[in-house]
Ligand binder design. Structure first.
Ligand code: COA
Length: 176
């Protein structure tokens, strides 16, 4: 994680900011506004540690050296979206998307699609050739979104316990 790694975004009036753990409090309003997703994930509304946990959770065998949390920042300076990801997981040249989340007030206007398109273009310049992620099977909106971005089923996993929930996961992937 570092503040200097960012990528160009073609959403007028927005920019990508590299976030570090100290920025976690600035993400809390986004998590509060995304209660729908947090409740789906954990079975309860966001608590005080929800944002910092994103900076402290890594895939098996990985560390913060390969973790990147990008904030989508409006002209007013508010973080209205985020993209958390891990480099070279599950294998070299493949990146893992841990979370993509857009404030409900900004959804269904193509923000996530543009963010992904620009992120994937940047990933290619970094030598990556694949992206993978896991979606909760219960997250129909999320699944539909990723399928719309060309992701295909790799395997199913779980049940994975998170909060009060037990999640069946769908691991999806696509080439860049
Ligand atoms: C999934 C998520 C990131 C999508 O963000 P978004 O900014 O709404 O995404 P987009 O606007 O780019 O596309 C979403 C949908 O809006 C549609 N859309 C895009 N522009 C639109 C417009 N101008 N008018 C109406 N619909 C539009 C897209 O076709 C897409 O439809 P689909 O879901 O049926 O495929 C958002 O719903 C979210 O944050 N959900 C909670 C977290 C989550 O589930 N993340 C995914 C798992 S990691």
């Amino acid at each position: 994680m570092d503040k200097t790694t960012t990528f160009p975004i073609s959403l007028s009036g927005f920019e990508i900011e590299g976030l570090i753990e100290a920025d976690a409090p600035r993400l809390m309003p986004l998590y509060q506004n995304c209660q729908d997703y947090v409740v789906l994930e954990r079975g309860h509304p966001p608590d005080a540690t929800v944002a910092i946990e994103e900076f402290q959770s890594f895939p098996p065998g990985r560390t913060e050296a390969d973790k990147f949390v990008f904030g989508l920042k409006s002209g007013a300076g508010n973080l209205i979206g985020m993209l958390a990801c891990d480099r070279n997981y599950p294998q070299e040249k493949s990146w893992w998307i841990a979370l993509l989340m857009i404030d409900p007030a900004f959804r269904r206007h193509g923000a996530a699609k543009t963010l992904c398109d620009d992120f994937f273009s940047w990933l290619k310049t970094q030598g990556a050739d694949r992206v993978e992620l896991a979606v909760f099977a219960e997250n129909e909106q999320g699944l539909r979104f990723w399928e719309g971005q060309g992701f295909e089923m790799v395997r199913t996993a779980g049940p994975v316990p998170i909060g009060t929930k037990q999640h069946r996961m769908e691991v999806l992937g696509r080439s860049l």
